[in-house]
Unconditional design. Structure first.
Length: 61
């Protein structure tokens, strides 16, 4: 479960730190206050959602 949470956080952090992979017109939206707020919510709720979706895999290996 810890690995799943860590992978989720790494993916979300990589998406925030790598805006050069996005088109130039999207870079404003990534660093806008709303974009950063949504990213922060994803950092909090993303791991919970992933654990809930993968619960059978976590329990049974």
């Amino acid at each position: 479960m810890i690995i799943l949470v860590a992978v989720t956080w790494v993916v979300l952090t990589a998406l925030l730190l790598a805006p050069s992979a996005l088109p130039a017109s999207w870079q404003y939206y990534v660093y806008s206050p709303a974009g950063v707020g949504l990213w922060m919510l994803a950092m909090l709720f993303g791991p919970v959602i992933m654990v809930f979706r993968r619960w059978n895999w976590i329990r049974h290996g």
